[in-house]
Design a protein around this ligand. Structure first.
Ligand SMILES: Nc1ncnc2c1ncn2[C@@H]1O[C@H](COP(=O)(O)OP(=O)(O)OP(=O)(O)O)[C@@H](O)[C@H]1O
Length: 353
């Protein structure tokens, strides 16, 4: 969908968030927040631990009071929504522990339909169809009859996502929905949520620390960092402007815009490694990670077969694998005789094959 065709479903203007404490002024966590959550878009909220992402979500869902400013859902102030009306508009998955250990997976997902069922809680055919669809979309049909108490953390996370999908609200908000999932499932869930945003024209907000997967899937980023205004925009624009580095305030890490990855500051390109560029890159990567350097005058050539160690341009030895180069460099650094290592003897290959 063209971003210009999307409509803002939820807005915040000059919003302050925080906690009322027993005595004195409220504990302010962040202020001056402005954003629009639009339909048809997947938005990722990123920021360091403790900056206030969960506090923001709890404020949006009316669980915490707005300290200043306003949050509007479909143009109406959030505090004027009754909880049953809010549940029709907003499905939220928090990181809190849930009850219902003795419910089956299907029963728990069916609870997502509560805002739509009649006062007896009777499921209609349409309700059941929404439950079935959510189970199919999240690929958890094999868990349908399992008890919640018997699920792994990752399985439970998918079930909670399925429940939010079944709720079929216009806005889905998920706090770290992929935290317990393996890499494949993380991608799968994020692409599914993107697809739901596009096809069902929903506004989806996800809190995540997974910058690289967020970059692959999100339409919008909200960057929340201490003492800075909330920065919103297209992920690609935030990368190009360097704003993404707000997430990496220390000196050690930076976002390599060319490679789309978070990296250690030491530039791997400084290593005198020639030859196969992929192998050269990963050798430099391993050297940087382990804080190793070559002695002066040494260069390495990455070949199809392995790595050639050259001193003053002359090939002195060869290694099959990166681990062997690291061993050799490590021994050098500690000043041991290189030939003492039985490993190196084994790994050294004849030169000039
Ligand atoms: N009930 C509470 N009362 C007072 N302060 C709280 C309460 N809950 C959280 N805080 C504080 O609010 C701040 C923001 O917490 P929050 O959980 O929103 O951060 P977060 O960005 O979601 O962090 P994380 O990435 O670690 O989940 C923290 O300093 C935290 O200690």
């Amino acid at each position: 969908m063209n971003p210009s065709q999307s409509t803002s479903l939820l807005q915040a203007r000059n919003l302050s968030i925080g906690y009322h404490v027993k005595k004195g002024a409220p504990k302010l966590i962040a202020d001056g927040l402005n954003f629009d959550l639009k339909d048809g878009e997947l938005t990722c909220l990123l920021g360091p631990n403790g900056v206030g992402k969960s506090t923001l979500i709890k404020t949006i869902m009316g669980r915490l009071p707005v300290l200043e400013g306003e949050v509007r859902l479909k143009n109406q102030l959030i505090q004027y929504y009754r909880s049953d009306a809010l549940a029709k508009e907003l499905a939220v998955v928090l990181t809190d522990k849930i009850g219902g250990a003795q419910l089956t997976v299907e029963d728990l997902i069916a609870l997502g339909r509560t805002p739509h069922t009649n006062w007896l809680g009777k499921m209609s055919g349409e309700d059941q169809a929404k439950v079935d669809e959510a189970i199919a979309q999240t690929h958890i049909g094999y868990l349908r009859g399992s008890l919640i108490a018997e699920l792994s953390d990752g399985q439970l996370q998918k079930v909670m996502i399925a429940r939010a999908i079944a709720q079929d609200a216009g806005i889905l908000i998920l706090d770290e929905p992929t935290a317990h999932l393996d890499l494949v499932n993380r991608f799968e869930i994020m692409f599914l949520l993107r697809k739901i945003a596009k096809e069902s024209k929903k506004a989806i907000l996800i809190v995540t620390h997974d910058l690289e997967i967020a970059l692959e899937t999100a339409d919008q980023f909200w960057l929340m960092t201490c003492g800075e205004p909330l920065r919103t925009g297209l992920p690609e624009d935030l990368v190009c402007s360097g704003a993404i580095n707000q997430l990496l305030p220390g000196k050690e890490l930076f976002f390599d815009a060319a490679k789309g990855k978070v990296k250690l500051q030491s530039p791997a390109e400084d290593f005198p490694i020639q030859g196969n560029p992929t192998k050269a890159q990963w050798l430099a990567h391993a050297l940087v990670k382990n804080g190793l350097k070559f002695p002066i005058g040494v260069t390495i050539e990455a070949t199809e077969q392995g790595f050639l160690w050259k001193e003053e341009g002359k090939v002195m030895r060869g290694f099959d694998e990166i681990g062997e180069v690291l061993d050799w460099c490590g021994k050098d650094e500690r000043g041991r005789m290189k030939d003492e290592s039985p490993n190196i003897h084994r790994s050294r290959r004849k030169i000039g094959r």
